[in-house]
Design a protein around this ligand. Structure first.
Ligand SMILES: Nc1nc2c(ncn2[C@@H]2O[C@H](COP(=O)(O)OP(=O)(O)OP(=O)(O)O)[C@@H](O)[C@H]2O)c(=O)[nH]1
Ligand SMILES: [Mg+2]
Length: 286
């Protein structure tokens, strides 16, 4: 079914990766933000290699948009790999207390190491990484309890690196979202696209929205019918979007249906969780 080949590795991502490498020496810890709907497709193994050796805390963000039992299973699976993990809804702040505890114990560990070497205590320095639009800047604003970083519902909002002071003893570096040069598995690009990590300008969003309609029709047909008030679901994504467009009155001159508008609507509403929670990457052994 997944007949799209999406790739996105613009120059600014390669530049960000270089900057990360240059700043790594001063970083004590990495906060890797993954999307709870796609914990494996949103994991950047390229960056993971780069930061190997640093303690990593994994945040499963947008947990409010994922299936809770599957998020719990993912958390278990990651912790089995010795990756401390916390599921968060950055809108409500769910999970924040737990994350703050994890960060604080990192600070203690670093302080003890410094003390042993007869050096002064200092702030903990953390690097926040993840795919575009996953919630990195939102997380930083939450932890800082003020709006220091710009956020927005499309990928590529953060343009350059920025150190942010959080409380008395923590500094976090916000960077633009980074992907990797090639998605080997075609599902990866597709999942990143439908969850909003890839700019709509770089893929055929009408086609992708057809495929999304087919995915939802297969997994959760009722959600699609209820949301768009469809008595029956037509066969195939194109016809489904046509039906949605007709229902919503998306008409072009001559009475044709505006399929493009319907495609964008479905993508937007899926990303907002209006078709219900979805976990697209299943946890291992599930
Ligand atoms: N539903 C939901 N939305 C979230 C959550 N976290 C962030 N968002 C939304 O996701 C969008 C992207 O958030 P940002 O913090 O700008 O993401 P970013 O990772 O900094 O993105 P870039 O800077 O573009 O790489 C915003 O519209 C946020 O409000 C969450 O836990 N749940
Ligand atoms: Mg950002």
């Amino acid at each position: 079914m997944m007949q799209v080949n999406i790739q996105w590795y613009p120059g600014h991502m390669a530049k960000t990766k270089r900057e990360l490498r240059e700043n790594l020496a001063v970083v004590d810890m990495v906060l890797e933000v993954r999307d709870a709907r796609i914990p494996s497709s949103s994991h950047n193994t390229d960056l993971a290699k780069l930061v190997a050796g640093k303690p990593v805390i994994t945040i499963l963000a947008k947990a409010d948009l994922a299936v809770p039992e599957l998020t719990a299973a993912w958390q278990q699976a990651l912790e089995k790999e010795r990756l401390p993990t916390v599921a968060m809804d950055l809108g409500s702040g769910q999970g924040q207390r737990e994350l703050e505890k994890m960060i604080s114990s990192q600070h203690q560990a670093v302080s003890q190491r410094l003390q042993k070497r007869g050096r002064q205590r200092r702030s903990l320095r953390g690097l926040v990484v993840g795919v575009p639009n996953v919630g990195k800047s939102t997380l930083i604003n939450r932890l800082a309890k003020r709006r220091v970083a710009r956020t927005g519902a499309e990928p590529g909002v953060t343009r350059g690196k920025q150190w942010v002071r959080v409380g008395d003893w923590l500094q976090l570096m916000d960077v633009p979202g980074v992907l990797w040069p090639k998605f080997e598995d075609p599902h990866t690009g597709f999942y990143l696209a439908i969850t909003g990590a890839i700019s709509d300008d770089v893929f055929d969003y009408v086609r992708v929205s057809w495929l999304l309609a087919e995915l939802i029709a297969k997994e959760r047909p009722r959600a699609l019918q209820d949301r768009y008030d469809l008595d029956t679901l037509p066969q195939g994504g194109a016809a489904t979007l046509e039906a949605i467009g007709r229902r919503r009155g998306f008409l072009l001159s001559g009475g044709r249906i505006d399929g493009e508008k319907a495609a964008l609507l479905l993508l937007r509403e899926f990303r907002q969780g209006l078709l219900g929670p979805f976990t697209l990457d299943l946890p291992p052994n599930f």
